[in-house]
Design a protein around this ligand. Structure first.
Ligand code: PEP
Length: 250
């Protein structure tokens, strides 16, 4: 069975003092769960949070990465730099990056490839907007987002990557996809990968994200194709995040 992953996306929240308290609480009260745990702090806090996580079983990831390796790209951070400060991976093309910063499927694919080239794990975010769901285009949208990456990096790359299905209408809105809605799209994504390589499809972890919290975690995480969660708001509250970790499938 695939080991579940519970990953916290802190977005642009926190401070040195707040992060220290959050990490301390998570590290010291981590439940006896078999889930892998990741946290994704803002760039400027990565090294310090990484030091606070040292010796724990929690992995560090960034929220974004530059597609280029080095050079005149002011304000950007490369995959090698992320590895240098202790990251094991990074989110790629979170829906906020796609919507607010114009990230295209092609740029997402290049960022994914840059992480792999640096030996890091991409956590590829996919998901449809409300209007796309309502017009019956959910599968078409996630296929397009996924295919851009498959076409550039090949299906074998997914043996070293994680996928996060995050319906845009459920992120930060308090509206959660039902367990059946999540399962349906996760099964579809796995099927799309299986059409290229069944063995890789069976192993790739597909996380659900979108208003996941302690109260709905057990139901969502019990679905057979839901291999964990990418959690925004609830990952900033230690008790909530710990309860979600505890709800992960054994
Ligand atoms: C996210 O930021 O990836 C996310 C899923 O946010 P939230 O849990 O707050 O909806």
């Amino acid at each position: 069975m695939r080991r579940q992953i519970i990953a916290g996306n802190w977005k642009m929240h926190g401070s040195r003092v707040e992060n220290a308290a959050l990490v301390d609480a998570i590290v010291h009260k981590l439940p006896n769960s078999s889930a892998e745990v990741w946290v994704c702090p803002p760039f400027v806090y990565l090294a310090e949070v990484g030091r606070a996580l040292a010796g724990s079983r929690i992995s560090l990831a960034a929220q974004d990465v530059c597609a280029e390796t080095q050079g005149a790209f002011t304000g950007e951070v490369s995959a090698a730099m992320l590895r240098d400060v202790g990251c094991a991976g990074s989110l790629v093309a979170h829906s906020e990056r796609r919507a607010l910063y114009g990230e295209t499927d092609q740029l997402a694919a290049r960022k994914f490839a840059a992480l792999l080239a640096a030996g890091l794990t991409p956590i590829l975010c996919l998901g449809e907007k409300l209007a796309e769901r309502e017009s019956g285009r959910t599968f078409e949208v996630v296929d397009r987002q996924l295919d851009a990456v498959l076409d550039l990096s090949g299906v074998a790359a997914f043996s070293r990557a994680i996928i996060a299905y995050e319906p845009v209408w459920a992120i930060g809105t308090g509206k959660t996809a039902s367990a059946q809605q999540a399962e349906e799209v996760h099964a579809h994504i796995r099927g799309r990968i299986a059409s290229r390589d069944a063995k890789i499809a069976a192993l790739v972890r597909i996380l659900y994200g979108g208003s996941l919290k302690a109260a709905n975690a057990a139901e969502l995480l019990s679905m057979s194709n839901v291999d964990g969660g990418l959690i925004g708001g609830a990952s900033l509250k230690a008790e909530e995040f710990l309860a979600i970790i505890a709800a992960a499938r054994a």
